[in-house]
Design a protein. Structure first.
Ligand SMILES: Nc1ncnc2c1ncn2[C@@H]1O[C@H](COP(=O)(O)OP(=O)(O)OP(=O)(O)O)[C@@H](O)[C@H]1O
Ligand SMILES: [Mg+2]
Length: 395
């Protein structure tokens, strides 16, 4: 199975291009699911579906054609199904602070629940072998970054905090419940977390396998959008995901010669050049600004025709280089890490337990070291062709 993740700044065209890609994939014979991870869903709108028709569905994918289905994760439904104990507890705590029931239920949708629910579905569909390709239409960049960092964060929490918290609460609950202003979470709350975690088992490895998961970054030929795209590129790479395509949407077509757009054209062509240089060797595709909004299957087919040659397979695996590797170089060990754009002063390195922590600006990545290197610490690092090489030594 392949997973294609569409990410980018708000409004750049992620949903439209993800939907068009779904159409192309299904035309080529793949059993395809386009899934919306964005809490503000617009996937059904993109296909111009009657929302009432779509929402009456019970959290099941909705068929667009024989091989293509779409799925907008319905968080209220997910909470009832899988997050019951967690949300019951959060609602109870919020109620004690005088918040009304309805408000408490709204607030009990915790950040990350949508993303985690989507990941559980991806994992489930993969186990069932139900689809050949899952296209993920993500929320604007900030949220999709949370999406990719979640498996590692959770893994860390489950290893380091969860057992301690659960054990501690078991011991102090009877006493603490008498003195604490809010009730402490019961053991079923922890059991709920544990069962959710089990449903996510393996998702981290799936997302880091370039033969399974690829990121397509959608951008516009504008400076501000480009900056965010670069940040996203660094962040995805840092988290071990492979970006194998940059899609520049809303490029002014040559045929527009109106003087009004002269300046736009000049600035676009400058940014387009910059984009080609920055992301090389990752292929860059350009999609024109259409004369109309992209709405409904016919218009989406039109986008697909511009985006892909007739027989072009959007699920083809083109980049398989692992985002990081461990190398023994003569007498010392090295960690090699792909790190586009990072400048030397930006990169921080330190050791935490048996993990190497790499920090770029405010972004952080924990890299679990193999046993042979677990006792080593970072000595120095150098940048070579977008690759950070960290030399490890014994302390
Ligand atoms: N190349 C294009 N030409 C004309 N209109 C476009 C083009 N691409 C997208 N649009 C339109 O722009 C609007 C935003 O597109 P879309 O919903 O795909 O963006 P998005 O990145 O998913 O937005 P959000 O961040 O809100 O999820 C839609 O109305 C869509 O029809
Ligand atoms: Mg969208």
């Amino acid at each position: 199975m392949r997973i294609l993740l569409f990410s980018g700044k708000g409004g750049v065209g992620k949903t439209s291009l993800a939907a068009a890609t779904g159409l192309q994939l299904s035309r080529l014979g793949y059993r395809t699911l386009v899934m919306s991870v964005d809490p503000a869903h617009s996937l059904a709108d993109s296909f111009d579906l009657e929302t009432s028709l779509f929402q009456s569905q019970t959290g099941e994918p909705f068929s667009i054609n024989e091989r293509l289905a779409i799925h907008e994760v319905n968080i209220q439904l997910e909470i009832k199904r899988y997050w019951k104990e967690i949300s019951t507890y959060v609602v109870a705590v919020l109620r004690t602070s005088g918040i009304s029931d309805v408000e408490a239920e709204e607030l009990a949708i915790l950040p990350g629940m949508e993303e985690l629910s989507a990941m559980m579905y991806v994992n489930q569909y993969r186990r069932e072998g139900r689809y050949d390709v899952i296209v993920l239409d993500c929320a604007p960049t900030a949220e999709s970054l949370r999406f990719v960092s979640m498996p590692t964060t959770l893994d860390w929490y489950m290893k380091h905090v969860f057992p301690f918290q659960r054990g501690l609460l078991k011991a102090v609950r009877p006493l603490a419940n008498r003195v604490s202003p809010v009730e402490l979470p019961s053991d079923s709350y922890f059991a709920n977390i544990q069962s959710l975690f089990q449903r996510l088992d393996g998702i981290g490895e799936i997302m880091e396998d370039p033969r399974i998961t690829s990121v397509r970054l959608v951008t516009n030929p504008e400076k501000m959008v480009l900056r965010e795209t670069q940040r996203a590129f660094v962040y995805f790479t840092l988290h071990g995901l492979t970006v194998d395509g940059i899609l520049v949407n809303r490029v002014l077509p040559e045929t527009v010669t109106d003087a009004y757009f002269k300046e736009w054209r000049a600035s676009q062509s400058k940014v387009l050049q910059e984009i080609d240089q920055y992301f090389s060797p990752v292929p860059v595709k350009r999609i024109p600004l259409f004369t109309h909004e992209v709405l409904g299957s016919e218009r989406l087919e039109e986008v697909a025709r511009v985006l892909y040659r007739e027989d072009e397979d959007p699920a083809a695996v083109t980049r398989t280089e692992a985002p990081y590797s461990f190398v023994k170089n003569n007498s010392h060990y090295e960690v090699h890490l792909q790190l586009p754009f990072a400048v030397k002063g930006d990169v921080g390195l330190f050791k935490k337990g048996d993990e190497l922590v790499v920090q770029v600006g405010t972004l952080r990545r924990h890299i679990g070291l193999p046993t042979s290197m677990a006792a080593l610490s970072p000595l120095k690092a150098r940048l070579e062709n977008s690759r950070l090489i960290v030399e490890m030594k014994e302390v």
